[in-house]
Design a protein around this ligand. Sequence first.
Ligand code: SF4
Ligand code: SF4
Length: 296
Amino acid sequence: MVNNKEIQQIQHINFDICSYCNHKCNFCSNPDERTKKYMTKLVEFEKTMDNIGQYLNFKDLGEIGLSSRGEVFMNKDLSKMVKLTKEKYGFNYVYVSTNGVLFDKEKVFDVLESGLDSIKFSINAISRERYLTVHGKDDFDLVLANLRTVLLLKKNYFADLKVIISCVSDEEVDEYKSFFKKELNDLYEYLDDIWKYDLVFTPGRNKNSTLNIEAKNLPSCSFPFDRIFIDADCHLVLCCLDYFKEEDYGSLLEVDFFKLWNSDRFRQTRNMHKKHLLPKDHICYKCLNFDKNMKD
Ligand code: SF4
Ligand code: SF4
């Protein structure tokens, strides 16, 4: 392993194995035509992880996420990739986030049996009408049925599986809890948590989110230092919010991870963060200045 200060700070990997999505949520940049779409092939996944594995001990990192800006169950090799992360690369904890629409009992059983530790259902409304408005698809009943299927599998076969619901919603967590308690009955006890996220900056809908805050007052972000984000095309990118690939450091299929992580461009971005000096047209400046109360 390389004794490099920048690399030693890395704590987390997020490999987005599919940037296509079957939904069109009204707060998300995925439906924007400028979002680059790709599906990671199994052979590419392995080559990319082998590249990074030359420099990092995955057992020390502990966890990896396999989803980010798309719908992970669209990738037919999901269960094989989960298996690789557990058996070949030795990650302790592997998680995905899904809208919960594109699987049946057999398909999700296969993925859970491959070693998935956590599945997060992204459900951004608690009524069929509102769900259709937010997600752009009338899949509310199907998602609830699939959530029940996963909870039942947890009850019967996968006791250690974490099942979480996440939402970007105007409703409060308590409203979500009441709704799901009623909806899931005795399966509710197998649901681990409900997480509510604030609306964050997304490049598609918040093009003009600069608020002209003094650079020195910018909040800090640890992502360029401690997280590896890999896009579905196996490029090293800045973070999960960079839908339009404004900060793309190159292909991990072609270039050594160490070179890309320490490339002039990536180092320059990290230095800008260290000094709190980000140009106003930089995605991080727009993100750090994003006011969640500004609806567009
Ligand atoms: S929020 Fe998730 S489910 Fe909705 S469009 Fe974006 S990626 Fe798809
Ligand atoms: S866009 Fe920049 S500031 Fe925002 S989360 Fe990503 S790395 Fe951090």
